[in-house]
Design a protein around this ligand. Structure first.
Ligand code: AGP
Length: 372
């Protein structure tokens, strides 16, 4: 009913708006005043966590994209090798696992069949399984050795939004916790990242309060036959997630690419006017990455693309190459997906609505995929 949707036309729009709160709730009680990560509810001993020598993150769809982002953060902070794999692939192959492998399964519903089967496959080989899940008491956390719940609240729309952002937060917490427990030199920096995480709800609120231009952009793009997304580093999974949203909601052809791969094939797709959504990393810190994406923007534009650039506030370098520019609040690179994903969610929802689709219940899809 309209009341359940809190005045929004669609649950998805309501859930997008709930993201600052969802993130704050997922952080709540997990950061101590001294900047430590407190994850007592993760029932793996500190010794177990010290023994981990390899991590596999296994999930489907949007949850898989959160795992792709997590890899960059976890490897950087912990120096533990981390692989990310689709559950539907992992479950049918013969991965090399043992007692010191940590499997992180990510699932909003906790009932996704492929993810559950991947979990069982890992447990048969004695790996330890930690679930990141949004649904209390669902099957995946029940069968796992440990669980870290995301506190996103119920997500009704089929397209995942606040679950994705809270999954990212959970992954960051696990990465920071592992770094701390293992006494990695990086642990000194944990405090700084914790402070940055605590600023995220405020930054998201700010971003959502001035999202209107994205709705206008949606009206302009709604009849396009195809939309491409490019990014590097953590911006690459954001590109994949932006494309997935557009496919599932707007039924448009959309693809995400690693910007560095353009020359190896995808750039041939660029035609006059092809919209290319470019996720630009912060010019601060990993500055080289930023410049690489800016040159990729120039390359696609030189071939006729219409560039839609998502960049950090104050980034002047992109202005002259952007046909449309969307600024997001300044955020350290590893945490940037928490902000850069949001305009892509709004864009997909608004395009879908503009094309007359049911935003909450896209055709052919179910909220929880409990069959293969
Ligand atoms: C997201 O928008 C999708 N509807 C879908 O990819 C989803 O994330 C995937 O099916 C995994 O679901 P889960 O998190 O409940 O396991």
């Amino acid at each position: 009913s309209a009341a359940e949707k809190g005045g929004y036309d669609w649950f998805m729009l309501k859930e997008i708006e709930e993201q600052p709160q969802a993130i704050a709730d997922t952080l709540l009680g997990r950061l101590t005043e001294t900047g430590e990560i407190a994850l007592d509810e993760v029932r793996l001993s500190e010794q177990d966590l010290r023994d981990v020598d390899k991590i596999f993150i296994v999930a489907c769809g949007t949850a898989y994209h959160s795992g792709l982002v997590a890899k960059y953060a976890i490897e950087h902070w912990t120096r533990i090798p981390c692989e990310v794999e689709l559950a539907s692939e992992f479950r049918y192959r013969d991965p090399v696992l043992d007692r010191s492998t940590l499997i992180v399964v990510i699932s909003q519903s906790g009932e996704t069949m492929d993810t559950l089967m991947a979990l069982r496959h890992a447990k048969e080989q004695k790996a330890r399984v930690l679930a990141i899940c949004n649904t209390n008491g669902s099957t995946i956390p029940r069968e796992s050795d440990a669980v870290l719940y995301t506190h996103g609240g119920p997500e009704i729309a089929v397209a995942s939004t606040k679950a994705f952002l809270t999954q990212l937060v959970a992954c960051y917490l696990i990465g920071l916790h592992l770094a701390q427990v293992r006494g990695i030199k990086f642990a000194d920096e944990v405090g700084a990242v914790v402070a940055q995480l605590q600023e995220m709800p405020g930054k998201l609120r700010e971003l959502l309060d001035r999202i209107e231009p994205v709705r206008e952009l949606a009206r302009e793009l709604k009849s396009e036959p195809t939309v491409l997304f490019i990014g590097r580093h953590v911006g690459y999974p954001v590109a994949l997630e932006g494309a997935l949203k557009l496919k599932e909601l707007a039924y448009m052809h959309a693809e995400g690419f690693a910007a560095g791969e353009l020359k190896h094939g995808p750039i041939a797709l660029i035609d006059k006017g092809t919209p290319v959504i470019c996720i630009v990393p912060s010019p601060i810190g990993r500055g080289m990455l930023h410049d690489k994406v800016v040159s990729n923007i120039q390359e696609v534009r030189a071939r006729g693309a219409r560039t839609i650039v998502i960049a950090e506030e104050g980034d002047e370098a992109v202005v002259r190459y952007a046909d449309h520019l969307i600024y997001v609040p300044r955020t350290p690179t590893l945490l940037a997906p928490l902000v850069t994903t949001v305009p892509l969610q709004v864009l997909a929802a608004e395009i879908a609505a503009g094309r007359g689709h049911d935003v909450d219940q896209p055709r052919n899809l179910a909220k929880s995929v409990t069959v293969e």
